[in-house]
Write a protein that binds this ligand. Structure first.
Ligand code: 5GP
Ligand code: ZN
Length: 120
């Protein structure tokens, strides 16, 4: 039996492997970014590592280079979508109570509208 949140059962691993289609907006050896299927803002992208890390809570020291690379991808995409000066919101939900529904680490990058604080 695969473990809960395991790679074998992971939706985003299947997206990485192109077994499930997605609108890819950025790809390199370490990271993939694609449009969220249910956008919450005019721009709503998901940036993910190509290695399977279930939650932010599961990041290990050996993942440091991968995770820091995700932040450089955020900046590249924010620039591409003209959000650097306009402003943008990034979100990482870790765990079910925080709203995480897909257990492969992902950073939401949203822009093109005004965001409020605190989030719900
Ligand atoms: P979470 O709730 O885990 O922080 O975010 C998961 C995100 O993945 C949600 O915003 C949801 O709309 C998105 N999502 C779920 N399934 C798919 C899918 O099959 N394709 C794409 N592109 N996005 C998905
Ligand atoms: Zn995965």
């Amino acid at each position: 039996m695969p473990k809960p949140h395991s790679e074998a059962e992971c939706l985003f691993c299947k997206i990485i492997q192109k077994k499930i289609p997605s609108k890819v907006v950025y790809e390199d050896e370490v990271a993939l970014a694609f449009e969220d299927i249910s956008p919450q803002a005019p721009t709503h992208l998901l940036i993910i590592p190509k290695i399977h890390i279930a939650r932010l809570a599961d990041i290990e020291q050996q993942d440091e280079v991968t995770v820091s690379h995700l932040f450089s991808v955020i900046r590249t995409l924010a620039k591409q979508y003209a959000l650097l000066e306009a402003g943008f919101r990034t979100v990482i939900n870790s765990g079910e109570s925080a709203g995480q529904t897909v257990f492969h680490l992902h950073i939401h990058l949203m822009g093109g509208r005004r965001f409020h604080w605190p989030p719900g």
